[in-house]
Design a binder for this molecule. Structure first.
Ligand code: BDP
Length: 678
């Protein structure tokens, strides 16, 4: 294999703080780089050249040369995306990539250090990614809207002119994190996606993203053979259907030779799928996998399924997919949302992680804040991602974390992957809220190295995006680290979930009742609050969902005395006067959590006020405005939930909980116009 050797520079320098330059936020965490590049190696060179005060010398040599001059022993099993950083004497650092892609990632490593806490005195490290495929999932529609997007319209679809420049910046930002794939369209996919005209657009995008190492993938609609191809059926066992897919895949690869594969949402929320024809998810996935296999493409088949017949929605994905374990072809990965219901502020991990042993499973995380305040709330999501990835499933003994059950450490996997639902749109700052960029960043960094801590990622991002001054970085790291728990507290503490308004998913509506709506779309299905108590009994005395977890978790979750308080109402229906470990009653504890969440947001806002000297005026004001909205939303959530639960249990608020400023009847009248939020 050809080896790449970069003799980079003889200096230790730090790129100037970018705060002053990046007032709109459009530069993300990166310094400007105007260099027009067509190859990964050129890009790598130009990136390190931007490190101020350096005179980088980038040299590519063959393996023999590297062996003679460098660390021969370390090279043999260097994967294509791996890289080594090694000090070569003086201030010179060598970057050796297993391929140009590895070299590029190595270059970004140095850039990140230079922009952040500073280049190290000596380098001697080797990096390889935790997951083979590190993907963004765009829920972008072909009409240019973005499902659950809060940062403007799609960067891919429905613009008069192709957004070449923007796509380049996107590719570079992802390369800087090691994100190596992107699904360009909504999981609720239109058959039109596979039309010739659209595929030609895909080719254009793929050509722009290729030098950044970002492969493109598409979501497909399962009934495309009928809807687009005019066949009488889309039955996966029908010969004509199978031929149609093979033909379509061939057409795609002729346009995009490095096409990544398909993402599929099938038989979920009304979408078509193999079950329409009496076939299984495995039948459907394998048909597509077979068509993609000759080109090394993969199928990411989503396990986000639920039907109204199952009395506990949280159980369904497990019930439906476990019997299929081992029945999927090698190039199928089952894509599982982090929690068993749906991207709530806090859920236990999905019991499918670790349980499926003969089928690769990948985690789907949501970067866009559908249930965490859209792009109005500052909620740093890395602690949520980390909580899921670090959770011990115990499926193969102690230490069987979700990360290890998906990255190939626990089970032999033909492929490993992780996906994040993107929060990107045409807004100048890409993500709506300036701090929402941190969630894109954190997803990418964790996908590269699942052992990184959310705290170090926050610090990295703050340094690069604003300034490395510790008077800014330290308090802001703390603020970010507390923000997710604050959101859980003011929205849905103690395992409550799905309390949001039907339709827009933004504000609280625990009372919500919609005649004719599926019961499992309404909050009362989940909180089950009545005169006696609150919470969903998923224990062995209730729906039995706890049995989907391995011991000792199963028993731990099953008993309210051992169930973690953060999840207690997820797994149990408890009386309002149930005594918590702290000695207070459940009702008091709940009230205090809401109160705590609210005061945390006020504290976040107060901290931000002190940051004015370190941030450009534009971004300071934009964040400030949104923190003010977040404060009033937190109050809204607290009042709505507590007043509503109080209307059911008739209990007084504890003395130290600030009485509600709203009246329940007024809150019930709030009807947000969320159409612009989609
Ligand atoms: C839900 C979203 C919906 C998605 C669905 C999914 O509200 O827009 O289509 O998840 O992931 O949370 O398929």
């Amino acid at each position: 294999m050809r080896r790449i050797f970069h003799r980079l520079f003889s200096c230790v320098a730090i790129v100037a703080p970018v705060a002053a330059l990046a007032a709109t936020g459009s530069d993300l965490w990166l310094p400007k780089n105007e260099a027009a590049t067509t190859s990964m190696l050129d890009l790598a060179r130009s990136e390190v050249a931007a490190i101020e005060g350096c005179t980088p010398l980038v040299v590519t040599v063959d393996e023999e040369w590297v062996k003679a001059n460098f660390v021969a022993e370390a090279l043999d099993d260097l994967g294509a995306e791996d890289y080594l950083l090694r000090s070569m004497g003086g201030d010179t650092v060598a970057v050796v990539g297993g391929s140009p892609r590895g070299a590029l990632y190595g270059a970004y490593h140095l850039l990140r250090d230079a922009q952040g806490t500073g280049l190290k005195r000596t380098y001697d490290e080797r990096q390889s990614p935790s997951y083979e495929r590190r993907l963004l999932n765009h829920w972008d529609n072909l009409d240019g809207t973005v499902e659950r997007g809060y940062a403007g319209r799609s960067i891919w679809w429905q613009r008069e002119e192709p957004q070449i420049d923007l796509w380049r910046q996107y590719g570079r930002a992802n390369a800087s994190l090691g994100i190596n794939g992107t699904v360009l369209n909504n999981v609720n996919a239109s058959p039109e996606m596979l039309s010739r005209e659209r595929l030609e657009q895909v080719k254009l995008i793929a050509d722009v993203l290729r030098p950044y190492g970002v492969q493109v993938y598409l979501s497909i609609n399962f009934s495309s053979p009928a809807a687009l191809g005019g066949l009488p059926t889309s039955d996966p066992l029908d010969k004509r259907v199978r031929r149609w897919w093979k033909q379509k895949v061939k057409e795609i690869y002729a346009l995009v030779p490095d096409f990544g594969g398909f993402l599929v949402k099938a038989n979920s929320e009304g979408l078509p799928g193999p079950q329409d024809f009496g076939r299984s998810h495995a039948d459907g996935a394998n048909m597509l996998a077979e068509a993609l296999a000759p080109y090394r493409g993969i199928v990411m088949w989503r396990a986000f399924v639920y039907a109204p017949s199952e009395p506990d929605r949280a159980k369904q994905a497990y019930d439906e997919f476990m019997p299929l374990d081992g029945k999927f072809l090698d190039n199928v990965i089952v894509q599982v949302k982090n929690g068993p219901v749906d991207f709530q502020p806090r859920e236990p991990f999905s019991p499918l992680f670790g349980a499926m042993r003969q089928t690769p499973v990948m985690a789907e995380l949501q970067i866009t804040q559908e249930y965490l305040g859209f792009s109005n709330h500052l909620v740093y999501l890395a602690p949520l991602f980390e909580e899921c990835l670090d959770a011990d499933t115990y499926q193969a003994g102690v230490g069987s974390t979700v990360a290890r059950a998906t990255d190939g450490n626990l089970y032999e996997q033909s492929h490993t992957a992780i996906a994040g639902v993107a929060n990107i749109g045409l807004d100048a700052n890409w993500c709506g809220h300036h701090f929402a960029q941190a969630n894109w960043y954190a997803f990418g960094r964790l996908a590269w190295d699942v052992t990184l801590s959310s705290e170090e990622i926050a610090r990295e991002w703050l340094c690069q995006t604003f300034t490395a001054e510790s008077a800014f970085v330290e308090p802001m790291t703390e603020l970010m680290m507390r923000s997710r728990e604050a959101c859980v507290d003011y929205m849905m503490p103690m395992g409550l979930h799905h309390l949001f308004a039907w339709g827009h998913h933004y504000g609280p509506e625990p009372w919500c009742a919609v005649p004719g709506a599926r019961p499992d779309w309404l909050p009362s299905y989940y909180h089950k609050a009545d005169k006696e108590g609150i919470g969903f009994d998923r224990s062995s005395r209730g729906s039995g969902a706890t049995a989907q977890y391995a011991e000792p978790l199963r028993s731990r979750y099953d008993d309210p005395a051992t169930c973690p308080e953060e999840l207690i109402l997820w797994f149990h229906h408890l009386p309002w006067d149930y005594p918590l470990a702290s000695g207070q009653s459940l009702w008091e504890g709940l009230c205090r959590r809401y109160e705590r969440g609210l005061s945390e947001v006020w504290a976040m806002r107060a901290t931000w006020q002190k940051m004015r000297p370190y941030v450009d005026a534009e971004r300071f004001e934009a964040v400030n405005r949104r923190l003010t909205i977040q404060c009033s939303d937190a109050l809204w959530w607290k009042d709505a939930c507590l007043l509503y639960f109080q209307s059911i249990n008739g209990l007084p608020f504890p003395e130290d909980v600030t009485p509600a400023v709203h009246r329940l009847e007024e809150l019930k009248k709030i009807r947000l116009n969320m159409t612009h939020h989609n």
